[in-house]
Design a protein around this ligand. Sequence first.
Ligand SMILES: [Zn+2]
Length: 286
Amino acid sequence: MKEKAPTDDVLRECLRQWGTEDEALEEGPSWEDKPLHGLYHRTITEVADLKKSYRWLERAGLKDSTEALILAAQEQALSTRAIEAQLYHTRQDPRCRLCKEAPETIQHITAGCKMLAGKAYMERHNQVAGIVYRNICAEYGLETPRSKWETPPKVVENDRAKILWDFQIQTDKMVMANQPDIVIIDKGQRKAVVVDVAVPSDGNIRKKEHEKLEKYQGLREELERAWKVKVTVVPVVVGALGAVTPKLDEWLQQIPGTTSDISVQKCAVLGTARILRRTLKLPGLW
Ligand SMILES: [Zn+2]
């Protein structure tokens, strides 16, 4: 066991003060032996459809480097400040380089940093919502935005449907949330669909799905009353690292047009890869 003795003075001093040096060396695993592998799997087991959550690996056709980056992120195998501080003892301050408020973990960077919320997360969110939006437009023969970076118009309409994008809807009664990502009004079928998209951290996908459903019930009631149509609320939730709930496919099928779960998954994961590369300033290899 001698060769596994910590070479780091700070660590050795910590262990000495905790009085665990002997135990740590004799029985406890060194940090190198810690079972980091499988951590992500355990995190999402309770909330996700495991098979579908990994399917983007085979079917999304991502570059090898992007695939490797996301897999590394899933296993916390990227050098964030919290990981450097915890595992390698090369850094004293584990806090996020951007907001300086929370430990800089993978989860924090990919879905929890307020400094990334306004632009980077919004961009990723809009890309995912944009896929759904374009498929809806195609279904009704409405003009689709030319580039995927182009923000859709607030309202598009023809004789078959009216589609609202990020549109604040006025209701008689005040409702908690009145600006969902997309609203589809199908004139022929006299129905409307309220779609809201989220890309939370992977452990939160199920909670987020419920949250979205509940958030728009007030709006649903108001719209049914005012527009005299049947209204359905549909959450589209994909974890930042690709996890999806067993229900995602069902939700997507309730939206006019054809949107595959793999397409929204791929889009979310690509957005996350972009955020990780930029924030952690990863070398070209990634
Ligand atoms: Zn932060």
